[in-house]
Design a protein around this ligand. Structure first.
Ligand code: PEP
Ligand code: MN
Length: 352
């Protein structure tokens, strides 16, 4: 494969020697394409790591036509479809993830899980380890929260997604969840990304609230580079200058990501809106931009919760969001994956 490097000019002879030597080390044959030696053509096998490695070289201004990185959608590459329990993300299938912000109470969690299932969700969310801005805020129930999530799965059959904050907790969280969540505040924690990259469990990777699209994709690349191919990207809003919404839902990026990467993309309208009445329209916007699913915070008594109560939607509103999703996806020949028991009012004692 051929690649082109745009070089700084003029290069000293030791700089020239260094870049030519480095290209050779990577397995390339080199040829300057012009007399000013601005452009260096590389011919060789190519590897997903080469773009970053060459960009790091002090003589290189730009790498053109680099070998595709692991997340990249090269021509004709089909969607990666990530399966989490009954849920499917990508390839024309979308799924609804719903649940409380944090796991707080076992009975309440099971009640929410049943309602989420009835509305059409196939995955239950709920943080046991919570990333909070203040060290004094509620930090989650930790391992006790994981146990409550396991109980909710047994009672409802929903798959579980929950956040892992610390590389040292990956093993414990792995044993409970069907999908890891990497939160916005952890997106750039390479030790954590490497650790979940070693597992073979799906990862819901949330975009850092101040991360560029390139930084977001390279965070996914960390997980993929570890051999874990099951990454779902999550756009949850980036920081803006206004306070009307909590974050700015970047739907342009959702549309862009669907073209730039084969990985599925979901939208989190809850953390973008920060207020319950705006969650439904933002959910619609995300799906219209091409998202392969939604992750929505839901709670019947937001006044009781210790985190993100203001953005929690009611069970009824979750049902409306799911109905919107079905209708919008159908317009494009896509589908919201429905669970076995969807629509059924499942009393806890008969749940499977
Ligand atoms: C969450 O999902 O509850 C959460 C903390 O989200 P984020 O990492 O996007 O802020
Ligand atoms: Mn939250």
């Amino acid at each position: 494969m051929a690649m082109l490097l745009r070089l700084r000019t003029p290069l000293s002879s030791s700089e020239s020697h260094s870049i030519l030597g480095f290209c050779k080390e990577l397995g390339y044959r080199t040829r300057y394409t012009d007399e000013t030696r601005r452009l260096l053509e590389l011919t060789g096998p190519g590897h997903p790591s080469h773009r970053s490695r060459l960009e790091d070289h002090v003589c290189v201004l730009e790498v053109l036509d680099a070998p595709p990185e692991l997340h990249e959608r090269s021509a004709g590459r089909a969607d990666t479809v990530v399966a989490v329990g009954e849920a499917r993300f990508g390839g024309g299938k979308a799924s609804l993830i719903a649940g409380p912000c944090a796991v707080e109470d076992g009975e309440r969690l099971v009640e929410i899980a049943h309602a989420a299932r009835g509305a059409g969700a196939t995955v239950l969310r709920g943080g046991a380890f919570k990333p909070r801005t203040s060290p004094w805020s509620f930090q989650g129930l930790g391992a006790d929260g994981l146990a409550l999530l396991e109980r909710a799965r047994v009672e409802t059959g929903l798959a579980i997604v929950s956040e892992v904050l610390d590389p040292r907790d990956v093993e414990a969280v792995h044993d409970t969840v069907d999908m890891f969540q990497i939160g916005s505040r952890s997106m750039s924690s390479s030790p954590l990304l490497k650790e979940v990259g070693k597992t073979r469990k799906p990862v819901l990777l949330k975009r850092g609230f101040a991360a560029t699209v390139r930084e977001f994709l390279l965070a996914a690349e960390y997980v993929l580079a570890g051999g874990n191919e099951q990454v779902v990207l999550c756009e949850r809003g980036i920081r803006g200058f206004d306070t009307v919404t909590r974050n700015v839902l970047d739907v342009g990026t959702v549309a862009y990501l669907k073209r730039a990467t084969h990985l599925p993309v979901v939208v989190d309208p809850s953390h973008a809106a920060g207020r319950s009445e705006l969650v439904r329209p933002l959910a619609r916007a995300g799906l219209a931009a091409g998202a392969d699913g939604l992750i929505v915070e839901v709670h019947p008594h937001p006044e009781e919760v210790r985190s993100d109560g203001e953005q929690a939607v009611s069970f009824q509103e979750l049902g409306r969001i799911a109905a919107d999703a079905r209708a919008l996806l159908a317009l494009e020949g896509r589908e919201l994956v429905s669970g076995r028991l969807e629509g059924a009012a499942v009393p806890p004692e008969t749940a499977t």
